[in-house]
Design a protein around this ligand. Structure first.
Ligand SMILES: Cc1ncc(COP(=O)(O)O)c(C=O)c1O
Length: 480
């Protein structure tokens, strides 16, 4: 018998982490159960497994809902201001894929250049042709904000064949753009607005948070309820309203893409999280917002830190439960601060990047978590004397598309050294955070401007996402 089989490395790592009792500022929003709906949290051990059932009589069928799943989806739609809602058991990712296939098809789809990689997945699955618009950049933090409606108007005029507009709102930093204005532009051309609202499941449930997508006139929105709404990881909702997106087509694609064995635990957690948000959301979010406001004030008093606030974002709004902290005044990178936080202080944040860290507060956050974060950053600011501010090269924006993402994905490809990649067509995405605007998407040419940028990224060792060789020594290109 192979002795190594007594080892369960993933399970053990999870157990070890749980024993650390860390302060958490990352997704999922229920924070190891503290923000879970009471009925779910109180199910321990055996009781939890009692809910792990399947399509037996009385429990309906996600792929043809007529009974309790249909009723639960109707309640979700009512709570979230939609005409119809779908339970998703493969996160917002599957919802974005389904919308792109159902509403974009093989046609042109307008989207922000910094869309999440689930959007690229949707483009590859559907064969849609992306028309990119650039988000605004907040230079004091080096991060991307949203897209101005004027840019959407200009892109739609230049590309009259656009079939759908896909927006990402809020973005990872909690920044929201003028979706109502964007929707007016798209609707004037009879085009649907699809919103990747992965980070906005909670917005609708507190008056001091920005408006949610369905309130702003979106035709479809997908929300990761697990990120900020208190359900279990992987559970999301897809909402539809109006007639610009065909609900039967969406249902058909979801049936194609989702498992035939959807987890009843995940679906029950969606049902209970919806109930909790509808009945108690305002109170729970009031607590999260006041914790965020106190923490924001305390962090702003620490020398060397700058906390993103609404005044940094003219023309945009901000979800104040997100704390985006520029740490470059400490002479440290966000990566270094992120690492110090967990190694030395047992504090885990959502994201670290060159100059910033991002901490998410949620309905599961405690005052003790907030204290731990503030004290750790105070201590870092006192003890660490860093030196080098990170200078990020500006991302070139003259991308040259030679193939659709789907064509590049399925084309024969080879790995070549960076220098050999000049003039070739990329088979992969390369994006540096911040601002997370890809310098390359599959099907685009590695032109001289892009090449020079990649050389700089490689020289400074900036971490990139999407590239199969993150060191960028080599890059995957299409064999033409
Ligand atoms: C902007 C954005 N969209 C979509 C997703 C995918 O969501 P999910 O993890 O629920 O599949 C994420 C995940 O982080 C995201 O940040």
């Amino acid at each position: 018998m192979d002795n190594s089989q007594s080892w369960a490395p993933l399970y053990q790592a999870l157990k070890n982490h749980a024993e650390k009792k860390a302060a958490n500022f990352h997704i999922p929003g229920h924070r190891q159960g503290r923000g879970l709906p009471e009925d779910l949290a109180s199910l321990g051990g055996q009781a939890l497994f009692e809910l792990d059932l399947t399509e037996i009589p009385g429990l309906d069928d996600l792929h043809n809902p007529q009974g309790v799943i249909a009723r639960a989806q109707e309640l979700a739609a009512r709570a979230c201001g939609a005409e119809q809602s779908f339970f998703l058991v493969n996160g917002t990712t599957v919802g974005v894929h389904a919308l792109l296939i159902a509403a974009g098809g093989r046609g042109e789809v307008l989207l922000p250049r910094n869309a999440h990689r689930s959007v690229l997945g949707g483009l590859i699955l559907s064969g849609a042709d992306p028309v990119y618009v650039l988000p605004e950049i907040i230079s004091s933090f080096g991060i991307s904000a949203g897209v101005l409606p004027g840019r959407i108007r200009a892109a739609m005029e230049a590309n009259p064949g656009i079939r759908a507009v896909l927006m990402v709102r809020p973005n990872y930093y909690g920044i929201v753009d003028d979706l109502a204005g964007q929707a007016l532009v798209a609707h004037a051309q009879g085009r649907p607005v699809l919103v990747d609202e992965a980070h906005g499941a909670h917005l609708r449930f507190h008056r001091d948070l920005p408006d949610d997508a369905m309130s702003c006139g979106a035709d479809a929105a997908v929300q990761s309820i697990h990120k900020s709404g208190g359900s279990l990881t992987q559970s999301s909702l897809l909402h539809l309203s109006g007639s610009l997106v065909n609900a039967d087509a969406v249902a058909g694609v979801l049936s194609l893409l989702q498992t035939t064995s959807p987890s009843y635990l995940l679906m029950a957690s969606l049902d209970l999280a919806r109930r909790q948000l509808a009945l108690l959301g305002a109170d729970l979010l009031e607590r999260a917002l006041s914790q965020a406001s106190r923490t924001r004030g305390r962090l702003a008093r620490i020398k060397g830190l700058k906390v993103l606030s609404k005044s940094d974002l003219p023309g945009f709004d901000l979800d104040l439960t997100r704390l985006v902290v520029n740490v470059s005044g400490l002479g440290l990178t966000g990566y270094q601060v992120g690492e110090l936080l967990y190694r030395r202080y047992n504090v885990y944040i959502e994201m670290a990047e060159a100059n910033n860290i991002v901490a998410c507060l949620s309905i599961g956050t405690t005052n003790a978590d907030c204290d731990a974060l503030v004290k750790a950053l105070e201590d870092i600011a006192c003890r660490e004397k860093g030196t080098v501010p990170v200078m990020l090269p500006e991302v070139p924006v003259n991308f040259k598309k030679r193939m659709k993402p789907r064509e590049a994905w399925f084309a024969a490809a080879q790995r070549v050294s960076l220098i050999e990649s000049r003039g070739r067509v990329s088979a992969e995405t390369v994006a540096v955070y911040p601002p997370g605007i890809p310098v390359l998407c599959p099907g685009e040419e590695i032109n001289p401007e892009v090449y020079d940028y990649l050389v700089l990224v490689n020289k400074y060792g900036l971490p990139c996402q999407g590239a199969s060789d993150p060191s960028l020594k080599t890059i995957k290109v299409v064999i033409e």
